[in-house]
Design a protein around this ligand. Structure first.
Ligand code: PAF
Length: 292
């Protein structure tokens, strides 16, 4: 496994793999602090592609001024050990200056889709995500790039960007990986103390209650959202940021969940830690490519 810090080196390695060796490249972008969720993406990349590249880069432009950029867990030695165990071929771990050199002034914005949900709670977040992902896709030029369904809106936004800007990369979205308790894996779970970790299971418990109601015939979006809200309200450590039901492709808010897949998503503060989670209702798993 080679760890690469420079864009130029990463570009020339990837070019050689593609052109001279005719090998398919699978790419998993991460911000490090790797967990089983990331490892499931790497596992799929390994199965589908000849060469696996993983980036580890805590991207400053996707954090708001009062968010956790400085506190975000960073441990490249630990991450590299895990990546070597997973037979990753290349780790791209650039510095901030390597991605955003002095004078950097070009940003990628996907309009519309980024106004709601995470975009409305975290202004500027998606501009940072799409900008860095565009840079990374340009550097690595992978055949496939792998993302997790936990960041449902991120996957939808990136698919839109890739289609609109004509990137020659297929975006693969894989199911949420959960702890035994049902808590969705996230690097931010590291911020939770024992009581908060227990309280955080209210996210999946509330989503599961709504899914059960949906399966029993409740298709009105506002009632399903209310089931989630009232269930979370019982947990004293939890404070809701949003609960929303949106079309899984356009992210338009919907009144009823019918044939088209819908994403029931939420963002909830457990203490000071903001967690997100979602389930897909309606449609079929195939229609969205991944289910929770
Ligand atoms: O999902 C993440 O970890 C990040 O948003 C990503 C895609 C690596 C971009 O920084």
């Amino acid at each position: 496994m080679e760890i690469i810090n420079r864009r130029k080196r990463m570009m020339s390695v990837a070019r050689k793999l593609r052109r001279e060796e005719n090998r398919t490249i699978g790419f998993v972008p991460t911000m490090g602090a790797l967990h089983e969720g990331h490892l499931s993406l790497i596992h799929e990349a390994r199965a589908l592609c000849d060469v696996v590249v993983v980036s580890v880069f805590v991207n400053p432009t996707q954090f708001g001024p009062s968010e956790d950029f400085n506190a975000y867990p960073r441990d490249l030695t630990r991450d590299s050990g895990l990546l070597a165990e997973y037979n990753v071929d290349y780790v791209f771990a650039p510095t901030v200056e390597e991605i955003y050199p002095p004078g950097f002034s070009t940003y990628v914005t996907v309009e519309g889709l980024t106004d709601k949900l995470e975009g409305s709670s975290r202004p500027g977040h998606f501009r940072g995500v799409t900008t860095v992902v565009a840079i990374l896709l340009n550097v690595v030029r992978p055949n496939f790039a792998f993302f997790g369904q936990k960041d449902a809106q991120q996957s939808i936004v990136i698919k839109r960007m890739v289609a609109d800007l004509g990137f020659n990369t297929e975006i693969v979205v894989l199911p949420i990986v959960r702890e035994e308790s049902g808590l969705a894996l996230s690097s931010r779970n590291a911020y939770l103390d024992d009581a908060e970790r227990q309280a955080a299971t209210v996210l999946i418990r509330s989503l599961t209650r709504a899914r059960a109601a949906y399966n029993e015939g409740e298709h009105t979006a506002s009632r399903l959202a209310e089931i989630v809200r009232s269930s979370i309200a019982k947990e004293p450590l939890a404070r809701i940021d949003y609960v929303s039901i949106n079309d899984a492709e356009t992210l338009d808010e919907i009144e009823r969940v019918d044939d088209r897949p819908a994403v029931l998503s939420l963002a909830v503060f457990i203490g000071k830690t903001r967690l997100i989670d979602n389930v897909i209702l309606g449609g079929t798993e195939k229609q969205v490519g991944a289910n929770a």
